[in-house]
Design a binder for this molecule. Structure first.
Ligand SMILES: Cc1cc2nc3c(=O)[nH]c(=O)nc-3n(C[C@H](O)[C@H](O)[C@H](O)COP(=O)(O)OP(=O)(O)OC[C@H]3O[C@@H](n4cnc5c(N)ncnc54)[C@H](O)[C@@H]3O)c2cc1C
Length: 225
């Protein structure tokens, strides 16, 4: 990962997405482009925060006039995401070179946990725009229904191929389970298709191990240690 570029960009708007997730739209530097699924190192342009760089994934499309991040804030410690939750339009971020996190390689299975949905938001928005959503399947796991990021939009892109799993809470419309071997064997029709996995460390390592045993070759990104 190189960090030769640095751009100071002004936040244009901030919208709530869930109780702890916000979308941040901000200025796009001239000629700045990325592939859906790519990320950059971000810091806040304020004293004490400029060197605190954290990776975030673009959820906008290249043809939009602005850039967008969709960010989950952790308020239990005073890190960058907590500080991001205090920002207002007009405040500034510093963004850097784009780098590959996860890339689309064809129709298959997306498995996301929490904020791990963000690279898939970019990829799915692009597929929808290109009329290429096809029979891609999404399995999106969260603690509760209120944690599901962009539920309506994911439904509108994927229809019945968006599957939600919650690990806590009793809403019977949602599968209450963990994504384990039994679940994958019941749900997955073709283990030779591409698998894209993104989420917390433990979820990725557990699911990748099972998928590899079942003959798959998963493409994964760890979002939280
Ligand atoms: C390639 C990539 C792309 C990403 N894209 C996105 C994205 O688009 N949207 C998004 O929301 N996230 C994304 N993430 C995750 C995001 O980078 C992290 O949530 C962020 O770096 C956390 O920064 P922080 O300063 O708030 O937490 P840090 O202080 O850096 O802590 C990192 C993690 O350690 C744990 N932790 C550390 N200290 C404490 C503490 N005192 N109490 C409790 N927990 C603690 C937390 O689990 C936390 O997530 C991405 C990660 C990667 C690797």
């Amino acid at each position: 990962m190189s960090t030769t570029e640095e751009h100071v960009v002004k936040i244009l708007s901030i919208q709530p997405v869930t109780h702890n997730v916000r979308s941040y739209r901000f200025e796009k530097p001239a000629g700045y482009r990325f592939h859906p699924g790519q990320a950059t190192e971000v810091s806040i342009n304020k004293d004490g925060w400029r060197e605190e760089k954290r990776p975030f994934t673009f959820t906008s499309l290249n043809e939009w006039p602005h850039l967008e991040f969709t960010i989950k804030s952790y308020s239990d410690h005073k890190g960058v995401t907590n500080e991001l939750s205090t920002l207002k339009p007009g405040d500034e971020l510093i963004i850097r070179d784009v780098w590959g996190a996860i890339a689309y390689k064809g129709e298959g299975y997306f498995i996301a946990g929490g904020a791990g949905i963000t690279p898939f938001i970019a990829i799915l928005r692009q597929l929808k725009k290109d009329n290429k959503v096809g029979s891609n399947q999404l399995y999106f796991s969260n603690k509760t229904v209120s944690d599901i990021i962009l539920h309506d939009e994911l439904d509108s892109i994927l229809g019945g191929n968006a599957h939600y799993i919650v690990t806590e809470g009793g809403d019977s419309r949602y599968k209450k389970t963990y994504i384990n071997k039994e679940f994958l064997l019941a749900e997955i029709k073709d283990f030779k298709k591409p698998f894209y996995i993104c989420g917390p460390d433990k979820m990725i390592s557990d699911i990748s191990k099972i998928l590899t045993e079942l003959g798959a070759d998963p493409n994964s990104v760890v979002f939280e240690k």
